[in-house]
Design a protein around this ligand. Structure first.
Ligand code: SAM
Length: 255
């Protein structure tokens, strides 16, 4: 009889952790949809290419700071050393969901405080050209989504971790795998981001700043991610790195 409350507390903790994971995921999904609208200038009140409201230099400083906050949060919290330290304070099955939640909050701050800067770099009025660019923009988001499922969508967004905990099972690391798109490039998900960030019929200064900084950030992030992947998978990843190009399929010189 005395043990009953303890058993109840444990299962309640599991349910709370699971709900936390679901809430983080739902917030991420909302931010993901918001990001699509923000980048292609539909539905949202302020988008990446809206009219400027403050002087150019001030807007540039704010935008670079917002992108910097996201980059630091997203890269720092993904490093193994940080996770080892962080899980002394935060319950391990919640670690990935917390990463997803913090990433969503950093993006929310970016969308909220973003300063449009005006200045048209290019503006394609031709209908065919617009359709092609918008299709490539959409393709980018589809590639991103497909890539997450090829690796393991539910693990990347923390749902697998909280589900395993709910079922009382230990977490197992994802196996290294190279299905589908991963046979052609090592980072299809990032290729998807490049399409989503660069493919636009109307490129303003703010959009260009966003595309350039995120491109530099992704190229740096790849180096950090591959360091970790080599640590975890050793020769298997070294061989994969030799055989498969980083971002551009069939281009051996860009390995
Ligand atoms: C946001 S995903 C991006 C994956 C990859 N860089 C891409 O662009 O498609 C980052 C996570 O995927 C994992 N990852 C990257 N390549 C992988 C592979 N081939 N198999 C399994 N996990 C992988 C990394 O360890 C990291 O935790």
């Amino acid at each position: 009889m005395m043990q009953q409350p303890e058993a109840k507390t444990i299962s309640l903790a599991k349910i709370i952790v699971f709900i936390y994971g679901i809430i983080s995921y739902v917030i991420f999904l909302a931010i993901f949809l918001y990001a699509i609208s923000f980048l292609c200038n539909i539905i949202v009140p302020k988008s990446i290419d809206s009219s400027p409201e403050i002087p150019l230099v001030k807007a540039l400083l704010i935008n670079v700071t917002l992108l910097g906050i996201f980059a630091v949060q997203h890269s720092l919290m993904a490093r193994q050393k940080f996770k080892t330290w962080w899980t002394k304070f935060i319950f391990e099955p919640m670690e990935r969901s917390t990463y997803v939640l913090f990433s969503s909050l950093a993006l929310l701050l970016l969308f909220w405080q973003w300063q449009p800067m005006g200045g048209i770099i290019w503006n394609i009025n031709n209908l065919g050209g617009r359709i092609i660019l918008l299709s490539l923009f959409g393709l980018g988001w589809v590639i991103v989504l497909i890539s997450t499922f090829l690796i393991n969508h539910f693990d990347l967004f923390g749902l697998r971790q909280v589900y395993l905990y709910l079922r009382g099972k230990d977490y197992t690391f994802l196996e290294f795998k190279t299905p589908g798109l991963y046979k052609y490039v090592r980072h299809p998900l990032y290729v998807g981001w490049f399409f989503a960030f660069w493919m636009t019929p109307r490129m303003t200064v703010a959009h260009l700043v966003f595309a350039i900084i995120t491109t530099i950030y992704i190229l740096i992030a790849i180096q950090l991610e591959e360091k970790d992947l080599i640590k975890i998978h050793g020769e298997t990843y070294e061989n994969y790195r030799r055989e498969v190009p980083m971002l551009i399929p069939f281009l051996a010189q860009f390995k």
